[in-house]
Design a protein around this ligand. Structure first.
Ligand code: NAD
Length: 389
């Protein structure tokens, strides 16, 4: 396995502005294209703005909510775990006890819309299988709650755009759970690449894999109807993001190929592995790969620039990140990144400022993912990406 090459209509003008594109297609810098950390730190007091914590309701109490988001919400300064939405009564009871959640802040999937009347809940965080992201984001928006939606944002770009439109129509904000924009190693990559600290970037490599070949077969990640696709949707999106925030602009075209299926019992519906290239307007190419049969669980993001290089490995895991450059160790702290992410997102919601990871960024990424699949389905054909439609 290892040696195998894993290998808004409302929006048209607004979208062009957000994407940093001119009508002629020239790519300009944009807050959507990569965050370069400024001086204001997350969680810093915001002058003149209400300092009360915002209440978050988690929708879907699976692995990520249980092991990462709920513990993180015990440490956040700008938000707290105010409510839950679950289809499992035993989970509701256990979470109520553990996190002292008032009975009135516990919903199921049927009565979820009543959340519109709940003043404790400011933000709904959608942590469900991908096929459910659109429905719960739109229902939350109609209930006038800000939304954080997990990655990948949707099954495709059309769903993602409908989610952005619904949030805009209801006057609420939408952010994607792109935690790495709030994390020091990946922020350093944004800085090194976008500020050309070692000169212009010449090439990028990114890989992200996990091993799903010894676990349960009956999981949504292996079910195309609920996952939309395989490792590209779940893990490869980190590589797509990494290449884009290294460059500070989105790719103009992609080519891709699916890897061989070596574990057909598991991969009847979604791809086992995929490799792809992202081509930028200046000719830089990012070589990327993602697999659900990766014993090494690769997790890396690296770049060669004119006068130096850098590599973060692991780059996407929750902790244990390591990074070095041609000048030595990055010497950065590992942080509880979901704490920073939710604090950052709550702060932007409270200040009514666009999040650094807005819904529009998710739409952009869905266009890239869909182009990658289109290329792989068409024998590696080069697919140019149209961000304007
Ligand atoms: P999970 O399978 O552990 O949890 C899914 C939850 O959805 C469960 O509570 C399950 O009961 C509920 N659910 C409701 N209807 C369902 C259905 N029809 N099928 C399956 N589950 C159903 O998944 P997870 O790992 O917690 O992932 C949830 C979301 O979070 C996904 O979008 C995933 O990509 C994202 N995620 C993000 C990160 C990150 O680092 N940002 C990490 C892990 C997961």
């Amino acid at each position: 396995m290892k040696e195998k090459k894993l290998q808004y209509r409302r929006g048209r003008r607004k979208f062009i502005k957000c994407m940093g594109l001119t009508v002629g297609g020239t790519l300009l810098s944009s807050p959507l294209l990569g965050f370069v950390p400024g001086k204001a730190g997350i969680g810093e007091a915001v002058k003149g703005v209400k300092q009360q914590k915002m209440g978050i309701a988690l929708v879907g109490l699976g692995q990520y909510s249980t092991n990462q988001l709920a513990p993180a919400l015990q440490e956040t300064e700008n938000c707290y775990l105010a409510g839950i939405v679950t289809g499992t009564p035993s989970k509701a009871e256990a979470w109520k006890e553990k996190y002292d959640i008032p009975e009135g802040n516990i919903y199921n999937y049927e009565n979820f819309d009543e959340i519109v009347n709940n003043e404790d809940i400011d933000i709904v965080y959608v942590v469900l299988p991908i096929s459910m992201h659109e429905e719960y984001t739109i229902r939350a928006a109609r209930a006038k709650k800000h939304v954080i939606c997990e990655k990948p944002m949707a099954m495709n770009a059309e769903e993602a755009q409908r989610m952005v439109d619904a949030c805009a129509e209801n006057g609420v904000q939408l952010a994607i759970g792109y935690r790495l924009h709030f994390e020091p190693f990946n922020q350093r990559v944004m800085e090194l690449g976008q500020q050309q600290v070692f000169g212009p970037v010449k090439s990028i490599k990114a890989s992200n894999g996990s091993d799903m070949t010894s676990g349960n077969l009956d999981v949504w990640r292996l079910d195309k109807e609920r996952a939309g696709g395989g490792p590209l949707m779940d893990l490869g999106i980190y590589c797509v993001q990494g290449a884009i925030y290294t460059m500070g602009k989105p790719p103009v075209a992609v080519t891709a190929e699916f890897g061989e299926v070596e574990n057909p019992i598991y991969f009847r519906e979604v791809e086992e592995s995929i490799s792809w290239q992202m081509e930028f307007d200046d000719g830089v190419v990012a070589e990327c790969e993602s697999s659900y049969a990766d014993e090494d669980e690769q997790s890396s993001l690296s770049a060669e620039a004119e006068n130096g290089w850098w590599k973060v490995d692991p780059a996407y895991a929750y902790d244990g990140k390591k990074g070095e450059t041609s000048e030595g160790d990055m010497n950065l702290p590992n942080v509880f990144e979901q704490v920073r992410q939710m604090d950052g997102q709550a702060e932007s919601f409270r200040k009514n400022e666009q999040s650094r990871v807005p819904g529009e960024m998710g739409v952009r990424d869905m266009k890239v993912l869909m182009a990658i699949y289109e290329s792989a389905r068409n024998g590696g054909k080069r697919i140019e990406i149209d961000y304007l439609n």
